[in-house]
Write a new protein. Structure first.
Length: 395
């Protein structure tokens, strides 16, 4: 007998989907090339995730939020976006006592999500192997060939294996991809002056910098530069690296020093041509891989898995009992595209404008940022989306 669902990719989206389906009575396979030990105790990868209030509620509903160490959750009080020309910053706040959002290390989320997904019946983990072929010729199931020689059959295959998804390609689904030709360096930095729980996004000349406030006088640095410049920075010793980062930030938070390992990631965005098809669906970065400037890619992944879980549960409970009901999968794909595509497109425009160093573009981006800073309704609308007063959760 085939399994009900094969989730390919044990990242946060795939793990949370498996957890969201707990108690449904469905048999689920979770497939990932990493060994079980690496999934259970993921290595620190430098990335800090900005979570909205709706995302927190999804993590709470999945039993993941309660598994996070409270000291690992840093509240975000305010966000400021500034331009290298010294334009009036665009300041976004929650307008109340509640934080604007929360910052949690990707490592901590992955560990908690793994514990939650594996804690219970119905989920079988296939670690240390990858999907190398798919047979989609049968009407009632898809056969997955694994790299270790085993085969699985599933009524529904979910690609959750990232923006470079192999599963997506095996399913014959294309994606629009944009390589920005830049590399993002991420690491934790200590600093002399307090950050006051304020995040900074700084579109400076020749570089883009984000500082995300963590516990104490520590922030996560996200620095975007051409690849060769990032390679040079990674090769510096701690003292030289701290001195250069202090200089690049013009001493905004005083002297800075690295507080851990440095990590580099190429900047590539992707948007799948389809989010669902016959007996298949895409979630997380396999569906939408966002540029990090809007800090919304992870939140889209959580929202997508919640929508897909609702569609799967409804299909399983219908008279036909089909977890891959085509009408419900099509509705999931349509709703998730409607939610994500406008911001995906807007992000491309923002990145194009704010990384263009030609004089007209530099003038225009300063004018746009200044105008936005003088529009309270816009600031309130952005804050409402982050805090959940405009709640996109599935009904």
């Amino acid at each position: 007998m085939p399994l009900d669902i094969a989730i390919v990719g044990a990242g946060p989206a795939g793990l949370t989907l498996a957890r969201s389906l707990r108690g449904s009575g469905l048999e689920i396979a979770l497939i990932d090339p990493q060994p079980r030990e690496a999934l259970a105790e993921p290595a620190f990868d430098g990335r800090e995730i900005a979570l909205t209030h709706p995302s927190r509620r999804l993590l709470e509903a999945a039993g993941i939020w309660a598994r996070l160490d409270a000291e690992a959750i840093a509240p975000l009080r305010e966000a400021r976006i500034v331009d290298g020309r010294g334009t009036t910053p665009l300041t976004i706040g929650s307008g109340g006592r509640a934080p604007l959002g929360f910052l949690v290390a990707n490592q901590a989320i992955r560990r908690a999500a793994f514990d939650a997904a594996i804690d219970g019946d119905g989920v079988r983990l296939f670690a240390g192997c990858r999907v190398v072929a798919l047979d989609t010729s049968r009407q009632d199931r898809t056969v997955l060939q694994l790299s270790d020689g085993r085969t699985l059959a599933a009524r529904l295959v979910v690609a959750a294996d990232g923006r470079y998804s192999t599963t997506r390609r095996l399913l014959g689904i294309g994606a629009r991809q944009r390589d920005f030709g830049k590399t993002m360096l991420v690491c934790r930095m200590t600093h002399e002056r307090p950050h006051e729980s304020i995040a900074l996004e700084w579109f400076d000349h020749g570089q883009t910098v984000a500082l995300l406030p963590l516990a104490g006088r520590c922030s996560s640095l996200v620095l975007t530069l051409p690849p060769l410049q990032i390679e040079r920075l990674i090769a510096l010793d701690d003292a030289a690296f701290g001195a250069e980062i202090t200089q690049r930030l013009r001493g905004r938070l005083g002297a800075m020093r690295p507080a851990g390992s440095r990590h580099a990631y190429p900047l590539v965005a992707s948007f799948a041509d389809r989010f669902a098809g016959p007996r298949c669906a895409l979630v997380g970065d396999a569906a939408v891989g966002m540029h990090p400037v809007t800090a919304h890619g992870f939140n889209f992944g959580l929202l997508g898995q919640a929508r897909l879980a609702a569609a799967i549960r409804a299909g399983a409970a219908s008279p036909g009992g089909d977890v891959a009901d085509p009408v419900r999968l099509a509705r999931y794909a349509r709703e998730h595209r409607r939610e994500t595509e406008p911001l995906y497109r807007a992000t491309q425009l923002i990145v194009s404008l704010y990384t263009d160093e030609r004089a007209p573009a530099r003038w225009l981006r300063g004018a746009v940022l200044g105008a936005a800073a003088r529009l309270p309704p816009l600031r309130r609308a952005i804050a409402a989306r982050l805090t959940g007063r405009v709640d996109p959760l599935p009904g």
